[in-house]
Design a protein around this ligand. Structure first.
Ligand SMILES: *Cc1c(COP(=O)(O)O)cnc(C)c1O
Ligand SMILES: [Zn+2]
Length: 418
């Protein structure tokens, strides 16, 4: 079992109060001396650790770098990112029947997904280490973010995508931001196997969420939610519901809350319940939570319209499963039809999201129906990507354009006004 406890001992390998720790065997490593994604000794996942954890009053400015006191650097390669809206959605709130519901719309980041938060830190670390080529496997959004931040940082980028399974907007972004794009005849998990292999041979610096520094940037989603919710309601949210693919965000949120508890800024009781939503056709995390397993089983066949979470082997499961369990959260699987219905309802509040994002609201609905989420809870749903990322899914879910003759009379006839 992973050990995610934050301790007070600062190892000698620490660089300016920052180091990496293996969550499985506890070994510590210097953070930027060599390229390393997993533990040399046992291949376990690594986590960034700090000698000093900040308090809320140390944060200043806006966006991801507002939280530099909780990050390995003061500034990064920025576009800038973060500072996303925490929308009110009164109709969905009323229909679902909870104490309060807010939607943290991560689609409002520069490239349209939360991946930007991880990349601003990850590309900064790549520069520190001094690597040449940046690479990732992606269901789409990671490649868009990597391409944009790599371009911003003046670095070469390589992305591996599962052929035919990436939404149009995301490929367009990677292409125009000058990534070299390889489309692989395989699924995301197989693309990640290859990129990990390339990274292991020193051919590229890996910027998937296996990279512990990306999760440091994504941690700022939690910090923004906590600050803004407290400012609006005088308390922290009871629960955060989020879509889960590789479980990077789930792991990042848990890291955020562990650090706030360790810094004495919140009590264990004030930690929001981390609640994951997956598509029925790609739900290894839900399976592990339901069966009480410490690991996920790799699903070889995965399918869902929500391509961003079409993932069968969530690499961050060892960090994310304890996060869900220890915070009193849970995980739920939703159908593609439920995802599309939630996508439409969010759009009906003016909030345009891609299918994977809507899994959070679909999951909330299902857990309310089952009585797992109570009617007085304050809930934040995370929507991870923008509607325009997947224009085909949006068009299919929305109204059809109606042909009409080229005259006012014809338009009025059609509207039934004549
Ligand atoms: C990457 C992504 C996810 C999955 O996030 P994980 O951190 O891998 O669980 C969900 N939704 C969207 C839109 C994404 O781009
Ligand atoms: Zn180890």
């Amino acid at each position: 079992m992973a050990n995610l406890e934050l301790t007070d001992d600062v190892p000698s390998v620490a660089d300016d109060g920052v180091w990496l720790t293996c969550i499985e065997c506890g070994e510590s490593f210097a953070p930027f001396e060599e390229v390393r994604y997993t533990c040399d000794d046992c291949d376990g996942l690594l986590e960034a650790r700090y000698a000093d954890l900040p308090t809320f009053d140390e944060f200043e400015g806006e966006g991801v770098w507002r939280y530099s006191a909780a990050l390995p650097f003061e500034e990064g390669v920025t576009l800038p990112e973060g500072n996303t809206p925490l929308h009110r959605v009164p109709r969905i709130e009323e229909e679902v029947g909870v104490g309060s519901l807010r939607v943290k719309h991560e689609g409002m980041n520069p490239t349209g997904s939360f991946k930007d938060r991880g990349m601003t830190v990850g590309v900064r670390v790549a520069k520190e280490i001094g690597v040449g080529r940046l690479a990732c496997a992606s269901t789409g959004n990671t490649s868009a973010a990597l391409a944009a931040y790599g371009a911003r940082g003046g670095m070469e980028t390589l992305v591996l995508l599962p052929a035919g399974k990436v939404a149009a907007g995301k490929i367009a972004q990677a292409a125009l931001h000058k990534a070299r794009i390889l489309k692989v005849d395989g699924n995301f998990d197989e693309c990640l196997d290859i990129v990990q292999d390339l990274a292991g041979r020193g051919e590229a610096y890996l910027l998937n969420s296996l990279n512990p520094f990306r999760l440091e940037g994504q941690k700022t989603i939690g910090l923004e939610i906590m600050e803004e919710h407290y400012a609006d309601y005088g308390e922290f949210p009871d629960r955060i519901v989020l879509p889960v693919g590789n479980a990077g965000n789930t792991a990042a949120l848990y890291k955020c809350f562990r650090e706030l508890v360790k810094a004495g800024e919140i009590t264990e009781d004030q930690v929001p319940k981390i609640t994951g939503a997956q598509a029925e056709g790609a739900a290894p995390m839900v399976e592990a939570i339901e069966e009480g397993n410490d690991e996920t089983r790799r699903w070889e066949e995965v399918e869902t319209r929500a391509t961003a979470i079409r993932i069968g082997n969530p690499v961050n499961a060892p960090k994310a499963l304890p996060g869900i369990r220890e915070t009193g959260g849970t995980a739920v699987a939703v159908s593609d039809e439920e995802i599309t219905a939630a996508q439409r309802d969010l759009a009906g509040e003016g909030v345009g999201v891609e299918p994977a994002s809507a899994a959070s609201v679909a999951g909330l609905r299902k857990l309310r129906d089952r009585g797992v989420i109570e009617d007085d809870e304050s809930v934040v749903c995370l929507t991870t990507g923008h509607l325009l990322k997947d224009p085909d899914a949006a068009a299919a879910a929305g109204n059809d354009p109606e042909p009409v003759d080229n005259s006012t009379e014809a338009v009025l006839d059609l509207l039934g006004e004549n």
